[in-house]
Design a protein around this ligand. Structure first.
Ligand code: NAD
Length: 353
């Protein structure tokens, strides 16, 4: 057997519908005695719910978490955190709310308790992206890794179907790339395959009935496993392309993951036979690139980058930017092949392995 290093990050997970009821106990378990509750303007009702469950431990609420973690919003939240003499954050929401909690933890080293309501997966990583003066920078620091995560699928029942599908494909991308990026280990391979399998199974069931509690449970479990891959494994061409398109061209995050993933996999397929086998098992299809296209497409997702607002002339620019600072990738980056891959994603073609 080949040798490898498997480095797992610490963290406590409470999983189950209704487990939000344990929020006060879990805050106490972490030693949080004065909590600042975080969420977005759209989810203030959930912030209120947590404040009620935390009782006297809740010393304030900040409901202005914002996409891409703008530093000015973080500093406002930090003012409230300090004024309230808080010693921990309890964050409920998607990646934006989790990001705000991480940004506060980076500056205070406080304890974080996170209740995710999307499948983005930030809660399992020590990564933090922040924006200031229109520039996004990303750092990795163990202070930003949340100590405890409560996964309660009841909070995902309200996630609209289009966001559900693209958020789940965002999660799937973490598993797919962990299978072949540097840092892959037999343990991560198992987690990635199972995470992908759960999502592939759950997405059609949610599309048929978005309020199916068991399908929501399965999707959240799958998303957790995929997030673990992002937290402990590596990323490659697909994530690089998403960072180029999302960062430089401001295309929407989860939607571009959805449209690009089958094409990035098709590009790498010839170099990663074991990953393809794992994805065949996970998707139940002999052609996992086509399966990763059909899964979101059949649930109504937009599969052409042109329909997400990308003009065709940016394809060439995206290839150049990808080659300027590439991520390690199993198949060497060939400009002509890469351009063909991006053009296929731009046109929304169904790829094959
Ligand atoms: P989000 O957190 O920005 O949420 C989008 C909107 O959906 C918000 O208005 C939110 O209130 C709402 N929402 C969330 N859950 C809902 C629910 N269950 N029902 C109804 N509405 C709901 O979106 P996201 O995709 O979860 O997060 C994206 C952000 O997370 C990006 O900034 C991305 O860079 C970051 N991210 C970071 C990491 C990391 O490891 N650092 C990983 C993944 C994503």
């Amino acid at each position: 057997m080949r040798s490898f290093v498997h480095s797992a990050q610490p963290g406590r997970v409470i999983f189950g519908r209704g487990s939000t009821d344990q929020v006060a106990d879990e805050a106490e378990h972490l030693g949080i005695t004065r909590a600042l509750v975080l969420t977005t303007p759209q989810q203030t009702d959930l912030g209120d719910l947590l404040a009620e469950k935390l009782g006297a431990v809740c010393v304030g609420q900040f409901n202005r978490a914002t996409m891409h973690t703008p530093v000015d919003v973080t500093l406002d939240a930090l003012d409230l955190f300090n004024a309230a003499e808080a010693d921990g954050v309890v964050a409920i929401g998607g990646g934006s709310t989790t990001g705000l909690g991480k940004a506060i933890a980076l500056r205070t080293d406080c304890q974080q308790l996170v209740l995710p309501t999307t499948y983005a997966g930030s809660e399992m990583t020590a990564l933090l992206g922040q924006t200031e003066n229109g520039r996004k920078t990303t750092l990795r620091d163990l202070r930003v890794l949340p100590e405890t995560v409560i996964y309660d699928a009841d909070h995902t029942l309200s996630l609209p179907l289009d966001m559900t599908v693209t958020s789940a494909m965002n999660a799937a991308a973490h598993a797919v790339e962990a299978l072949y990026a540097p840092g892959a280990t037999p343990v991560l391979n198992l987690i990635a395959e199972e995470g992908m399998k759960r999502l592939a199974d759950a997405i059609p069931r949610i599309a048929a009935d978005p309020s199916d509690p068991d399908a929501r449970d399965d999707a959240l479990l799958g998303a957790w496993l995929c997030a673990t891959c992002l937290g402990n494994g590596g990323i490659a061409l697909h994530h690089k392309l998403c960072h180029v398109l999302g960062g430089a061209f401001a295309l929407p995050h989860a939607e571009i993951h959805t449209a690009l993933l089958p094409h990035a996999l098709a590009y790498n397929a010839c170099a990663v036979p074991e990953a393809i086998e794992a994805l065949r098992r996970a998707t139940g299809s002999n052609d996992p690139a086509a399966a990763l296209f059909d899964l979101p497409a059949r649930a109504g997702a937009t599969m052409a980058l042109r329909d997400l607002g990308m003009p065709e002339h940016l394809v060439e620019r995206a290839v150049d930017m990808t080659l300027e600072a590439p991520y390690p990738n199993p198949r060497p980056l060939d400009p002509t092949a890469l351009k063909a891959t991006l053009l296929a994603a731009w046109a929304g073609e169904r790829p094959h392995v």
